[in-house]
Design a binder for this molecule. Structure first.
Ligand code: MG
Length: 378
């Protein structure tokens, strides 16, 4: 069997590291050709020693001494993301960098006819119209790594999109699911980073606490499954056992379940349509705690309502919302604004934005810079 040759953009982050775990389970089926990281030279050095990629790069400027590893020096510069994505020896590109930075390399991979396994949901949130048309033009596929979208993708197997009535994304509710607005206004960074069911990077963990992550996932689902946002719902399911559901036109409902572990959706994207056996923990239904479901409270979690508004408006609004959110999350992590200030800033920037229906990439990137400045100054 031919090996699948992969590039991992963002290999030292949470998804990147777990992708390398899965690759190490199946050395006969996966070859790691390219790795990129932003600044974590130490971890990239370890990964390069273990996986021996042909291409390894640090995208953030670092002193030359920090770029050496036994056998050479890491390539340097932000343009290396696109080079890794277009690498002629790569079949599948795993995009797992933080935020909008994932859009250009994901587009480059799709245009080069390479399948993209996408963890960076912002790439679809910001440029979903560009990503889907690039995929259509080259015949490449966008494969979700996000657990909810992997669940929906699995439920849709063997079914027609035209028979889908609605999609239901489950949300754990995050660490503040039971907090009042006043408690959230006084919340510390540490408490917001303490996610009850998933271990993830800082940006997505804060997005999970505001429920912006679920809002971004609504927009991601809208593009992946070509379904309007008014047929996508969110339900709070604290245990993160049901990863999402599909309602069909004949009243049947399908769901995908499992212990929360990102290595399953990663493996599914790497080997689709195969399901090679692994040793991940099995769900024990009898031992399993109760499964509970609640409607999300958009009064306490206004970011979710902002994202639904952006999803329905489309055009440039999701890109502006996502850029403003990246800055607002940073400001919160730096202790400059309260937790509740994140959604306030995003809302202010969205209100100031002059909406455009179908922005090309250069306009999107300009709007991205504008939204970041506006969020900083708001
Ligand atoms: Mg998710």
């Amino acid at each position: 069997m031919n090996k699948t040759r992969i590039a991992i953009l963002g290999s030292t982050g949470s998804i990147g590291r777990q992708t390398l775990d899965v690759a190490a389970w199946f050395p006969d089926r996966i070859e790691v050709v390219a790795l990129t990281a932003r600044t974590d030279a130490g971890r990239l050095r370890e990964q390069a020693a273990q996986h021996r990629p042909r291409f390894a790069a640090l995208t953030h400027p670092l002193p030359d001494a920090d770029r050496t590893y036994p056998g050479g020096a890491f390539l340097a510069g932000p343009e290396r993301l696109v080079e890794a994505a277009e690498h002629p020896d790569v079949d599948l590109v795993i995009v797992a960098v933080v935020g909008t930075a994932g859009l250009e390399p994901a587009l480059a991979a799709l245009r080069a006819g390479k399948n993209v396994a996408l963890a960076t949901k912002e790439a679809l949130v910001v440029g979903g119209h560009l990503m889907t048309s690039a995929a259509r033009a080259s015949g490449a596929q966008i494969l979700p790594i996000d657990s909810e979208h992997s669940a929906i993708w699995q439920c849709l197997r063997g079914n027609e999109l035209s028979s889908v009535e609605k999609l239901v994304l489950t949300a754990s509710g995050g660490p503040f699911v039971d907090r009042t607005h006043a408690e959230m206004a006084a919340a510390t960074v540490e408490s917001a980073l303490d996610h009850p069911t998933w271990r993830m990077g800082g940006k997505i963990t804060i997005d999970s606490a505001t429920l912006m992550n679920k809002g971004l996932e609504v927009i991601e689902a809208r593009w992946l499954f070509e379904i309007p946002a008014d047929r996508i719902e969110v339900v709070v399911h604290r245990q993160s056992i049901i990863h999402s559901l599909v309602y069909f036109s004949d009243s049947s409902v399908m769901a995908q379940l499992g212990e929360p572990d990102m290595r399953l959706p990663i493996q599914y994207a790497l080997f689709y349509p195969d399901r090679p056996p692994n040793s991940l923990p099995r769900l024990d239904l009898v031992q399993s705690r109760q499964l509970t479901f609640e409607a999300p409270d958009t009064a306490r979690f206004p970011a979710l309502a902002l994202a639904f508004a952006a999803a329905k408006a489309g055009g440039s609004l999701p890109a502006v919302m996502s850029a403003a959110n990246e800055v607002a999350v940073d400001l919160f992590l730096q202790g400059r604004i309260p937790f509740t200030g994140i959604a306030d800033r995003v809302s202010t920037v969205m209100e100031r934005h002059a909406w455009q229906p179908d922005p090309p990439l250069d306009v999107l990137l300009e709007l991205d810079s504008w939204a970041r400045r506006a969020a900083w100054e708001a």
